[in-house]
Design a protein around this ligand. Structure first.
Ligand code: AMP
Ligand code: ZN
Length: 486
């Protein structure tokens, strides 16, 4: 059942009918995390938005190859091709080898995605695992005349490229204005044009991560990894390229330039961008230091949090906003989501208890049609949630006997709830009513309390970390210790 999906394409700045190049196969590339630190909730919003898109495309019958990379090299502190390497800086700070940093934060990212019940991508390639492909691509760009070498560093020639192609196709900016707003080249700048960017950067002797190349020892620039890896796994032209909105102006603009300079065609047919998660109206970001870590959110261990919120509450909170709208974090909104999600799960738990009548006056098809139409309209999850609340109301009225439902409609209702809550949204029940587990945890919590009273903090920490490792979070509050499951 291929759906007529309309999706918003950043390139055309309008909704377009989704027509995959090789239907039913779909190639989708999403820029993944930069693993020199923990992902914050804003990053999670982007990855969960694409999880929704991935899930719905699959649900609609497409066979999706979803590639989401891990950026584990080539990120410099400055906004230009200068400054410390973020991985090396972090490695020094934590007294670890850079690849230990990469491993640590990659595993942490996977844990978070698992807690949110996000599906793993089909391929998760790393920048450091594709240095050869990046070098090959840079060689082609040089051969095609769109890049030049200065003393072991390779720059992309934006001026030359923009004579033949539209450099600002994603953002529609005026190139002259961009030039006017870009800092003039300083004395140490080797590049020819102000908008030129590095494809390959010459290493200093002390650079921790460096590779051999035709231009000497060095490391890749910010953007080339995504161009090289998307082409390798999805071909030179594929269907969807996505990421957060903040990537459009530089990273994705440069990705398009690199691909066109290499193969003379745009890499992706549809460019999709998610909007930002904000805190008091300001974008959540690593550099601003206003990023909640998912762990802080689940435990409530953050000055801005009134309490902890479970992963599914947080995911539900995100699904209640359209992926192209900003979403502002607030305790009130999360508490409302917690109630809403519980109401939905309560309805799901009533479904097996509902008794069908010979005849009924409930029709489920119109609700399903409205859900499908909403998802086909650029993945409009908030509208689907409103429909699921309507289904919840129906379930409650059938349960309390004020409405009747036929056998066939009851089956449709079960399928509707199952399809949208679990398959498309990827929510899951976080029921903590398992009595045996409750009893065991009460016992463990009381042992930890004893340990703390005896100032045996090693044991109390061991218990907390041990539980955390199996997905159970403890939260100490005024009324004692409570627990929640990831
Ligand atoms: P990074 O690890 O910084 O490269 O970011 C990973 C992804 O998260 C990118 O697609 C970013 O655009 C996205 N992102 C960063 N901050 C936010 C935010 N506040 N809200 C939503 N997405 C974000
Ligand atoms: Zn990228």
């Amino acid at each position: 059942m291929k759906q007529e999906i309309q999706l918003y394409n950043t390139i055309s700045r309008k909704k377009e009918l989704f027509k995959p190049l090789n239907a039913p196969n779909v190639g989708m590339y999403v820029c993944g995390p930069t693993v020199y630190s923990d992902v914050h909730l804003g990053n999670c919003r982007t990855f969960l938005s694409f999880d929704l898109i991935f899930r719905y495309l699959k649900y609609s019958g497409y066979k999706v190859r979803y590639v989401r990379n891990i950026t584990d090299a080539g990120h410099l502190e400055g906004d230009r091709d200068e400054g410390d390497d973020k991985f090396a800086k972090r490695a020094k700070l934590e007294q670890l080898e850079p690849m230990e940093i990469v491993q640590k934060y990659t595993l942490g990212f996977h844990d978070v995605m698992r807690m949110f019940n996000a599906l793993p991508p089909s391929i998760e390639p790393t920048a450091t695992g594709h240095i050869i492909e990046q070098i090959e691509m840079i060689k082609t760009i040089i051969n095609n005349g769109y890049a030049y070498e200065v003393n072991g560093t390779i720059y992309f020639d934006v001026e030359k490229y923009s004579k033949q192609y539209n450099y600002t196709i994603l953002t529609n900016r005026n190139l002259e204005d961009m030039l006017a707003n870009t800092r003039e080249l300083g004395g140490q700048d080797d590049k020819r044009g102000r908008l030129d960017f590095a494809l390959w950067i010459k290493a200093k002797p002390e650079t921790l991560m460096q590779w051999v190349s035709p231009w000497g020892m060095g490391f890749p620039g910010w953007h080339i990894e995504c161009s090289a890896m998307s082409a390798k796994y999805l071909g030179q032209e594929f269907d969807i390229h996505g990421g957060g909105m903040d990537l459009a102006a530089t990273h994705h603009t440069n990705e398009i330039a690199q691909s066109e300079a290499c193969s003379h065609q745009q890499p992706a047919k549809y460019w999709m961008h998610t909007n930002m998660l904000t805190v008091n109206g300001t974008r959540m970001s690593k550099s601003l230091g206003n990023g909640f870590l998912p762990g802080e959110l689940f435990t409530g261990n953050h000055p801005l949090l009134r309490k902890g919120y479970s992963p599914m509450t947080v995911k539900f909170f995100m699904l209640q906003a359209h992926y192209r709208s900003t979403l502002d974090f607030s305790n009130d909104a999360l508490e409302a989501s917690e109630k809403g999600f519980r109401r939905l799960m309560n309805a799901v738990s009533l479904l097996p208890k509902l008794v069908a009548s010979e005849q009924g006056n409930i029709e489920v098809d119109p609700i399903r049609t409205r859900c499908i139409n909403a998802m086909n309209d650029d993945f409009n999850s908030p509208v689907v949630i409103a429909e699921l609340f309507e289904a919840t109301r129906i379930i409650n009225t059938v349960y309390d006997g004020t409405a009747k439902i036929s056998e066939a409609e009851l089956e449709k209702l079960k399928t509707l709830m199952n399809d949208f809550i679990f398959t498309v949204f990827g929510l899951k029940d976080e029921d903590t009513s398992n009595t045996e587990l409750n009893e065991v945890l009460d016992m463990v919590i009381s042992l930890r309390k004893d340990a703390k009273e005896n100032k045996d903090y090693a044991t109390s920490d061991q218990i907390r970390i041990g539980l955390q490792n199996i997905g159970i979070q403890l939260k100490d509050g005024k009324e004692g210790t409570t627990w929640s499951k990831n």
